[in-house]
Ligand binder design. Structure first.
Ligand code: HEM
Length: 134
């Protein structure tokens, strides 16, 4: 998330340090800093399928995948429906198996801080269309 500072300001970090920001300076907020913070998200590096079940994203402190404030992503509702539709279609029409038993890819380091976090290597799967009865 990028912001331009419009007047001299000060902010304090959690460890007590003060930061002075001058008018005209650019700031970048890196989501991963809080999204992988174990204090906010226990077992932050694990995929826990029901981590956000029955929670509104806005009510989870430190979770801001779509930014915030005036310029919060206007496509966020569309994006969520797209993702859900895609997952539902994949589960409905495809069946697949992971080829490796142990799947723990790390994040591609060259993409840290730039949008979606792709894995550092492909995760091989075998897939085919489901046989539908109708
Ligand atoms: C998973 C998908 C998406 C993610 C994670 C995402 C994330 C973001 C983030 C973090 C911002 C910056 C917000 C800020 O500065 O506070 C943003 C801005 C924006 N997004 Fe998305 N976005 C997604 C999909 C989409 C889609 C599908 C559209 C359009 C159909 C869209 C349109 C925009 C626009 C126009 C802005 C600029 C808003 C502004 O500066 O006022 N995004 N998005």
């Amino acid at each position: 998330m990028l912001r331009k500072c419009c007047r001299d300001a000060q902010t304090s970090l959690e460890d007590g340090r003060q930061i002075n920001i001058k008018a005209g300076e650019n700031l970048a907020w890196y989501g991963g800093a809080s999204h992988f913070d174990e204090n906010l998200f226990p077992r932050a590096n694990e995929f826990i399928f029901d981590r956000f079940l029955n929670k509104k994203a806005e009510s989870v402190p430190g979770y801001m995948p779509f930014g915030g404030g005036k310029s919060i992503c206007p496509g966020r509702f569309f994006a969520r429906y797209e993702i859900k539709t895609c997952v539902a279609m994949l589960l409905r029409y495809m069946e697949y198996q992971f080829k490796d038993v142990k799947i723990v890819p790390k994040q591609k380091l060259t993409r840290v801080g730039v949008g979606i976090a792709p894995p550092d290597h492909d995760v091989p799967i075998v897939y085919r269309y489901r046989v539908c009865s109708h």
